[in-house]
Design a protein around this ligand. Structure first.
Ligand SMILES: Cc1cc2nc3c(=O)[nH]c(=O)nc-3n(C[C@H](O)[C@H](O)[C@H](O)COP(=O)(O)O)c2cc1C
Length: 218
C-alpha cells in the first residue's frame, strides 16, 4: 500500500465523483498556490501506477514558480496560455528511456526488504534486463510513453482527490520541452503536461462515442 497524504488530508475519496466528475478545466483561480509539499505528495501518489516490468520510466518537472511557469509557457502553444497563466502548477510528465540503468536498485531494495527472494530477483534481472539493454530507441520511447501515461492519468484523478481540477496538455513544442527544462533530450521524451489548480470555470461536458461501437469481443 502506497502511503498517501490522502489518508490524513482526504478531500474527496468518492471514486465515482473523482473519476466520472473529471473534466478538463482550463481556467483556474490565479491567486491560488499549492504548496510544493502537496505537489510532491500528489506525484508520489501518482507513481503508484503500474509500469512495464516495474521500470517506472517516468519523470516529472513541476512549473509552479513564476520563473518555472515562464519556461513552461515558452514551449506551450498559444491556445494553452490560459492554463499556464492561471494554474497553480503545470506538471510535465516525461518518459525516461534510461530507467533500466537503475532497474537493479528497485529490485535489490525489494529483496533487502524481504519482499522477494534473491532467486526471484535474479530471475527478474535475467528475464527483463537483457530485453531493455538491447532494445531499440523506438521500443524504449514507446515503453516510457506508456508508463508515463499511466502515471499521468493517476495524477489527473489524484488532483481531484486533493480538491483540485486539471487539464492534460500535449499542445506544446515537443522537441523543445526537455532542453528547456535542462534535461537530456536524448533520454527524456515529453508525454503530457498537466495544469492543476482550483477551477474558475464550468468545464465542457464532453461527449463520448458509444463504447459498443469501439469494442470487439473475440
Ligand atoms: C494526450 C492529451 C493531450 C491533450 N492536449 C490538450 C491541449 O493541448 N490543450 C487542451 O486544452 N486540452 C488538451 N487535452 C484535453 C482534451 O481536449 C480533453 O481531454 C477532451 O476534450 C475530453 O474532455 P474532458 O477531459 O473534459 O473529458 C488533451 C488531452 C489528452 C489526453
Amino acid at each position: 500500500m502506497v502511503e498517501t497524504v490522502l489518508n490524513n488530508a482526504l478531500v474527496n475519496n468518492d471514486f465515482k465523483d473523482v473519476m466520472f466528475g473529471r473534466r478538463s478545466v482550463r481556467r483556474f483561480d490565479a491567486t491560488m498556490t499549492i504548496p510544493a509539499s502537496e505537489l510532491q505528495a500528489m506525484i508520489k501518489e501518482a507513481t503508484s501506477a503500474p509500469s512495464a516490468c516495474n521500470l517506472q520510466s517516468w519523470h516529472f518537472v513541476v512549473a509552479a514558480s513564476a520563473a518555472g511557469k515562464a519556461k513552461a509557457k515558452s514551449v506551450l502553444m498559444p491556445f494553452n496560455y490560459p492554463q499556464i497563466d492561471s494554474c497553480s502548477a503545470m506538471i510535465f510528465v516525461l518518459g525516461d528511456t534510461k530507467s533500466h540503468e537503475v532497474y537493479r536498485d528497485v529490485w535489490n531494495k525489494a529483496c533487502d526488504e524481504g519482499k522477494i527472494t534473491p532467486e526471484k530477483r535474479d530471475e527478474i534481472f535475467k528475464t527483463f534486463l537483457p530485453m531493455y539493454e538491447s532494445a531499440s530507441k523506438e521500443f524504449l520511447i514507446e515503453d516510457a510513453t506508456i508508463d508515463s501515461s499511466m502515471a499521468a492519468m493517476q495524477l489527473l484523478l489524484i488532483a481531484r482527490a486533493h480538491g483540485y481540477e486539471a487539464n492534460p496538455i500535449a499542445g506544446y513544442a515537443a522537441d523543445k520541452v526537455a532542453a528547456t527544462f535542462d534535461l537530456d533530450p536524448d533520454r527524456f521524451v515529453p508525454v503530457v503536461a498537466i495544469a492543476i489548480g482550483k477551477a474558475a470555470e464550468t468545464p465542457i461536458a464532453s461527449n463520448r462515442y458509444a463504447a459498443e461501437s469501439l469494442t470487439d469481443f473475440i
